[in-house]
Design a protein around this ligand. Structure first.
Ligand code: SF4
Length: 507
């Protein structure tokens, strides 16, 4: 009878989380490389190139693929013949592994979990607790699957209770465009069908742990109705033309996974959860012989790509930026930013808005006039780094603060990822400002453009504090220009038309 030691489980969870923070799985690298080869949209191809170069840099440097190092989800299948040499509960052991992984001195990961979610939202500082699903199964082993899921993609999860006669495909085709680009496509869709409301969501999450194999199904032809449905959804979603980072292009999803379960005769629950460009999951088995070891992937798996800023990109000096210069930027134009920019995301914006609305002055030394703000929450630096991986966070969450910031602070441009909503676009147009987009899922690559960093305000907010970054040649794309033209609207529309379009029922 196998005896599983507490220390082995903790160590294995910690090792797996470190591993997935910097290694993409081989199937994901291959699928992304294939998408790069196929891509015809220059903007989308450039974004996928950044994702692949970032991925290889992270594998070599053992630093996180994305600054959002995720909320940990664990599916544990515990063999019923297993005995334990442990004082902690299984959940406590898993959480101890999370704690150890996220505070690893050589590769500290970002602690993103907040307790008291409806009120104080206080960071737990060690990324615990994980979300844990435990199943008792026949057998002599403990099988563990761990994932670290970014908030940007998790926020786009959706659940519906369809009528049994409704079309699942229609609902997916209505839902995916509504997700926008905040889930950092290209990635995967996990779909759960059946059971009850909560079962469908868990099925959707669990399906994302399966390897990418849609190319094999396409080559041999689908053998089951579910495989045929996966192919149909994949092709129809890609025909929407959303593309990498929502810029318009051929590949929005690399695979579609589906798990199903019997349901009530009156019900058809369907859940969809997207997995982003920072797809991170690993599996291991404990059988009493010690901690699990995961083999590093061969560096030969990555295509031989480098990232050189495009030669036709416009160089912008942030230290002398004017409203007139911002007005001359064209939608889709690539810029290389150099100079000083401020940072800020959700918590800093909330605090800024409270200060401004109360008519109080901003903290000493904080001045947004003619400046650019970067929506980011970086990973802490290690070993002489200026800053850890520091990719953009979803700009849409800052939409509700945009009018206030542009009207009251003198801010003239913002950098983030994903699309802006109609009200924010109208504010950008009204104030002659601009919104620039960096590539989500290329955080380590982006951090290499940051040459200096200092905290300017709200130090108590940790990674959400306001920093001043000094950047050199930071690559961004003009996503909303001063006239209010959004490439997240024009890009997908253009590529949907080019792909040939498919009838999509809206509303
Ligand atoms: S790739 Fe995008 S959605 Fe995924 S963790 Fe990073 S920022 Fe979040």
């Amino acid at each position: 009878m196998p005896i599983i030691k507490q220390a082995d489980l903790i160590q294995s969870v910690a090792d797996a989380l470190q591993y997935i923070s910097y290694y993409h799985a081989p199937d994901f690298i291959q699928a992304m490389a294939d998408a790069y080869e196929r891509e015809e949209s220059p903007a989308a191809k450039d974004a996928i190139r950044q994702i692949l170069v970032n991925s290889r840099m992270c594998a070599e440097g053992h630093r996180p693929i994305c600054q959002d190092t995720g909320i940990v989800t664990v599916f544990a299948k515990v063999g019923m013949n297993v005995r334990w040499n442990a004082e902690m509960s299984l959940a406590e052991m898993i959480n101890e592994g999370v704690r150890r992984a996220y505070n690893h001195p050589d590769n500290k990961l970002r602690a993103s979990i907040v307790a008291d979610p409806a009120f104080d939202r206080k960071n737990t500082h060690d990324n615990t607790p994980a979300v844990i699903h435990i199943d008792l199964v026949p057998g002599d082993e403990v099988e563990i699957a761990v994932a670290a899921k970014g908030g940007g993609s998790e926020n786009k999860a959706a659940l519906t209770m369809l009528n049994p006669s409704d079309s699942i495909v229609d609902w997916i085709l209505e839902t995916v465009p509504e997700m926008g680009a905040g889930w950092c496509p290209p990635g995967m869709l996990g779909i759960g069908i059946g059971g009850t409301a909560e079962k469908a969501v868990v099925l959707a999450k669990e399906s994302l742990f399966e390897p990418i194999d849609i190319h094999e199904i396409r080559a041999r032809g689908p053998k089951t109705k579910l495989e045929a449905l996966r192919l149909e959804i994949l092709d129809k979603v890609n025909a929407l033309g959303i593309g990498a980072q929502g810029l318009g292009g051929l590949t929005t999803v690399l695979d579609v996974k589906i798990k199903d379960y019997p349901t009530h005769a009156a019900s058809l629950p369907v859940a969809v959860i997207p997995n982003c460009a920072a797809t991170r999951h690993a599996h291991f088995v404990l059988n009493g012989s010690g901690p699990a070891t995961l083999e590093p992937p061969s560096l030969d798996l990555w295509p031989k790509l480098e990232y050189q800023p495009s030669s036709d990109a416009r160089r912008v000096n942030l230290d002398t930026l004017t409203r007139e210069e911002v007005a001359s930027w064209q939608p889709g134009e690539r810029l290389l930013l150099s100079g000083k920019m401020l940072t800020g995301r959700d918590a800093a914006h909330k605090r800024l808005s409270q200060i401004i609305e109360a008519g109080k002055p901003l903290p000493a030394g904080l001045d947004f006039k003619n400046r650019v703000i970067y929506y980011v929450g970086p990973v802490d630096p290690v070993k002489g780094e200026v800053v850890g991986p520091a990719g953009p966070t979803t700009a849409t969450r800052m939409d509700k603060f945009t009018e206030l910031m542009l009207a009251k602070t003198g801010l003239i441009a913002m950098v983030g990822k994903a699309e802006r909503g109609p009200a924010a676009i109208e504010s950008i147009r009204k104030h002659g400002a601009a919104y620039l987009m960096a590539v989500g899922g290329a955080a380590y690559l982006v951090s290499k453009a940051i040459r200096a960093s200092r905290i300017v305000a709200f130090e108590d907010l940790g990674m959400e504090a306001i920093y001043e970054f000094e950047v050199r040649d930071m690559p961004v794309t003009v996503a909303v220009d001063a006239r209010g033209v959004s490439v997240h609207e024009t890009g997908p529309a253009e590529w949907r038309a080019r792909i040939g379009g498919i009838p999509v029922r809206v509303g």
